[in-house]
Design a protein around this ligand. Structure first.
Ligand SMILES: NC(=O)c1ccc[n+]([C@@H]2O[C@H](COP(=O)([O-])OP(=O)(O)OC[C@H]3O[C@@H](n4cnc5c(N)ncnc54)[C@H](O)[C@@H]3O)[C@@H](O)[C@H]2O)c1
Length: 323
């Protein structure tokens, strides 16, 4: 797809981060956008930002509250898109919504684990089920599924278990790669791409916690303090010198730094993704860190989970996360 003008794009998780920037850049190119999110307030802000520029006459930006892990809500989202965009097809579907959390099979609750997996994998699956027929109805369609570098490397450093997210992102990558052949045979006018971002400056750490707990960001539970202390000890840090309040403050600070100290901004990431779609690339690595990690894991797969592999990679790209 060389040109987005006049097309219709669906974006999941359009409330903040990369979803918001995809919406802004698509609208700037004259593309109609229908987005969903669990936050109506954040989508209203995305819509306001999209409308700040000069919009082509008749361009539609619609917002839909829907949880991508809930099939009934996804189907209602699809039906509302058809009605409010006044269409029988769509051209682009960005399965972008995702959260972290539920990292450990040992000390996360099953509920936390499955919430992350069901959004990051289940959301991609359910939205593909719902929207693929509408892509097939178009004359030119493209499905873009956001995985992560955690789709080929299942860790964010030796001090943090990361099982639910990694399992989901590997699933998104495998599913999308298998779709290449399926679509080539059964719907050759529809393309697909898997997006694998490195560290991108977004509020995902804060949003994930709000979605996981259904509430605030800065309210760690006694179990979470205990898990944080276990991780600190595993990394050789003396946790006895830190109060629970210190640990809470450090978590808030880490989330702020995740947003502010990333090597790639959400706007830069959205541009890389959209350029990749225009070039019909099926694999879109986002950021120099993602490209370097891809190479390193290929060069030494057996070493990928060794502390030294992480240390030397983090030093080379300047990653602060996981350190
Ligand atoms: N930020 C990074 O470093 C990074 C790296 C690799 C991959 N990713 C992936 O990129 C995608 C976008 O993340 P981001 O960093 O822009 O984060 P973000 O938190 O800024 O944006 C994600 C959006 O998805 C929404 N969302 C979450 N759960 C939802 C649900 N069940 N239904 C509907 N909407 C939901 C959130 O409310 C939020 O608006 C995610 O899939 C994430 O896993 C991010």
């Amino acid at each position: 797809m060389k040109d987005f003008a006049g097309k219709i794009a669906v974006i999941t998780g359009g409330g903040t981060g990369m979803g918001r920037e995809l919406a802004r850049q698509l609208v700037a190119e004259g593309c109609n956008v229908a987005m969903c999110d669990v936050s109506a307030e954040n989508m209203a802000e995305t819509k306001r930002l999209c409308e700040a520029g000069q919009l082509p006459q008749g361009l539609r930006i619609t917002t839909h509250v829907a949880d991508v892990a809930d099939e009934a809500q996804v189907l209602r989202f699809r039906d509302d898109v058809l009605r409010q965009q006044n269409t029988d097809h769509v051209n682009l579907v960005f399965n972008n919504a995702g959260i972290g959390g539920g990292g450990s099979m040992v000390d996360s609750t099953r509920e936390q684990w499955e919430r992350t997996f069901n959004i990051c994998w289940g959301g991609v699956y359910l939205c593909t089920r719902a929207f693929l027929p509408l892509l097939i109805k178009s004359t030119e369609g493209h499905l873009i599924n956001t995985s992560s570098v955690n789709g080929f490397w299942a860790t964010i450093g030796p001090g943090t278990p990361h099982t639910a997210y990694s399992a989901a992102k590997f699933a998104v990558k495998g599913f999308t790669e298998a779709l290449i052949t399926d679509l080539r045979i059964n719907a050759p006018h529809v393309k697909c791409s898997v997006v694998m971002p490195g560290h991108i400056g977004t509020s995902i750490a804060i949003n994930s916690r709000i979605i996981q707990t259904g509430g605030q960001f800065d309210n760690m539970t006694p179990q979470e303090f205990a898990a944080a202390r276990t991780r600190m000890r595993a990394m050789g840090i003396d946790d006895t010198k830190m109060s629970d309040a210190d640990i809470q403050t450090a978590a808030v600070d880490r989330a702020r730094r995740f947003l502010e100290e990333a090597p790639t901004t959400a706007a830069q990431a959205a541009k890389i993704i959209l350029d990749g779609v225009k070039a019909e690339r099926w694999r879109i690595l986002v950021g120099r860190d993602a490209e370097m990690l891809d190479q390193r894991v290929r060069n030494a797969p057996e070493k990928a989970y060794e502390p030294d592999f992480f240390k030397s990679f983090a030093e080379e790209v300047g990653w602060q996360i996981g350190r």
